[in-house]
Design a protein around this ligand. Sequence first.
Ligand SMILES: [Zn+2]
Length: 310
Amino acid sequence: MFATEKYSLNQLNIDEIVTSIDDGLKKLFEYCHVTLEECPDLTKPPFNLAASGLCGHPSIADIGSVSNLAPVPDRKKIYTFEHIAHIVTNGIDMNNCFMIGAGAGPFHKVGNNCELMPNILMHKNGDHFEVANNNTYYADIFENNYRLLKCEHTEFGLMSNLFISEGKPGKVIKIVVEKRLGKENFTESIQKILREKFPKIPISLGGVFIIEKGKAKLHIMPDFSPEPLPSLESVDKWLRYFDMDPPLICLTTFHSEDPGLDLRMEHTHCFSDHNQGGHYHYDTTPDIIRMTAYLNVAEAIYRIDRPTKK
Ligand SMILES: [Zn+2]
């Protein structure tokens, strides 16, 4: 078992969070509408998630670290969704474990390093978890271009940031925005609003948003670099960047504050039904962007296999 720290988050009034996000986004987007409402069935198009909702013991798991990738990859860092399901359901009555988010792919299975869009529902059967539905994708660099492929594997490498719940229907935060006015991207905008409104109180959100109009800048990691990547600049030069087209389904987790867990503060990966996907940076067409999000507030953070080296 990997070392795990569990942090229980303060449960603030959700209506206050909704109002705060609405007030804040109104200044950063020309149109914005934020409501608390019943989650639609997210298994249906365009979302195609592995479970219908985002409710039931919502939490965020931050597994591994970028330090497992650079300066040199640690190929021993292999994690399984079943293992993560066991960790987050330990001591909790939770038979379904729905995991979505952003991570590094199972390089040891697919043959090269890649971006992973985890989207998997596991069901408890006795003392182990089985795959009930898996619509996970990965994106990689292939013949100097990119491709998006289904990932049937239940393992991943290096790191992952997952929003986890029972996948039940229930009330979630719906956000619709159009025309970005601020300089921060969509997720950074919400992080900033929450940090300013609720200083020193960590609030962690996860779920899905769809970029319905406008383009976005995404990166895809190539296969492991033969040379060490000693700096952020060298990692940035190694990554491949692309402008991608809507509709993009974006699986996200982010935090307003780090309660001392060495967290990755935001991580969002996108997939689509048109062979595009990768790691989300920001939209490149603020004048025409339109996004709709369904998010839930996490009750706990699980920091799993936090690196000891700095
Ligand atoms: Zn990523």
